[in-house]
Design a protein around this ligand. Structure first.
Ligand code: ZN
Length: 345
């Protein structure tokens, strides 16, 4: 009796065919659910005489496996049928693909990189979360030096006893330079673009993060005149062939001597306007000869090699090129603002 029932069900299951998902679910319930046909058989199985239990048990298992396989097969076919249908829908109307725009900061950063690459600089990068050793100590910031206050940053783990243990968000991309000098022999000629973080109140003129591009050149006989010529070439490429530069003495812990560089105001051509506060000049970057202490701290012999470094804010250069009045616009993701740069290259 039970064997006949099993045979009948085996035939039934073999012949199942549908590609309707609801029907497949009904079949699953009919055969495989707790109250389904196969569970019923298990109840009847108790009555089977002991000598037949083995054969009948195997048959039931065969039926169960067949039902599972068949239902899975039906499910798969439905899935592929649906995919095929959606791919083959030739009646669908075409639609324009919306192209995004490049972010103004990245437009300018790419332009800066391109200019320096043409002068033989290669790209380097390092982590945004770094340790005190690479962000400050190796760059000649003594543990209690007030210059650290110029770059108030975010400490992730602070160890007041030993600052070199501190984990921080880098306050400048100069950590690229310390990492690079540690791992490479001169001649070194790299530019390091990236995001940096400072503990600033957010306003139209300051933000808690911004972007920098730094450059480093270390080799034998590198002098300040090399630095000046490279920066002049950069300024003329970036702001036009008539651009003039001037260097003013300044102070940075990692360079000696240090300077800040102004360019002739690219809006009034140096005649004086509101943008340049009627001076005819606008500041764009800081630079100087790498302090021998920095070279030594990074494993480079300062009696053989000299070098220069410079660093600029990408936001600052972008403001000069596109006259964006509020720094916050760069990070608000307002597409109306970003669309303004659609035609920029
Ligand atoms: Zn001006």
């Amino acid at each position: 009796m039970i064997t006949e029932k099993i045979e009948k069900l085996l035939e039934e299951v073999k012949g199942l065919s549908t590609n309707n998902a609801e029907e497949i679910e009904q079949l699953r319930i009919k055969y495989l659910s707790k109250k389904g046909e196969i569970s019923q058989l298990m109840n009847d199985f108790r009555e089977v005489p002991a000598e037949l239990k083995k054969t009948v048990g195997m048959k039931i298992n065969e039926l169960k496996q067949l039902a599972i396989d068949k239902i899975n097969e039906l499910k798969e076919n439905t899935g592929s049928a649906q995919t095929q249908n959606s791919l083959l829908d030739l009646t669908r109307t075409s639609y324009p693909i919306k192209l995004g725009t490049r972010h103004p900061l990245m437009l300018v950063q790419n332009e800066i990189i391109e200019i320096f690459q043409r002068m033989g600089f290669t790209l380097a990068s390092s982590p945004e979360i770094d340790d005190d050793l690479h962000v400050f100590t190796k760059l000649n910031f003594a543990a209690d030096h007030p210059a650290r206050d110029m770059q108030d940053t975010f400490f992730i783990e602070a160890d007041n006893e030993n600052v070199t243990n501190n984990v921080i968000l880098r306050s400048h991309t100069s950590n690229d330079q310390s990492h690079y000098m540690e791992t490479h022999e001169p001649p070194i000629r790299v530019i390091c673009p990236g995001r940096v973080f400072r503990n600033e109140a957010i306003s139209a003129r300051a933000h808690c993060f911004f972007h920098q591009v730094e450059g480093l050149y270390v080799d034998k006989n590198v002098s300040f005149t090399d630095l000046k010529q490279v920066l002049l070439s950069f300024a003329r490429e970036m702001f036009g062939a008539d651009t003039r530069i001037r260097l003013r003495p300044s102070y940075f812990p990692f360079t000696e001597p240090s300077a800040e560089m102004d360019i002739s105001c690219n809006i009034c051509g140096g005649d004086g306007c509101g943008f340049c506060k009627h001076t005819g000049w606008v500041e764009i970057l800081g630079c100087g000869m790498v302090d021998p202490n920095v070279l030594e701290a990074c494993g480079i012999d300062s009696s053989v090699y000299t070098g220069y470094a410079f660093g600029m804010g990408v936001e600052r250069i972008t403001n000069l090129k596109y006259r964006v009045s509020d720094l916050r616009l760069f990070s608000e993701n307002d597409t109306r603002f970003l669309k303004e740069f659609e035609s920029a290259k």
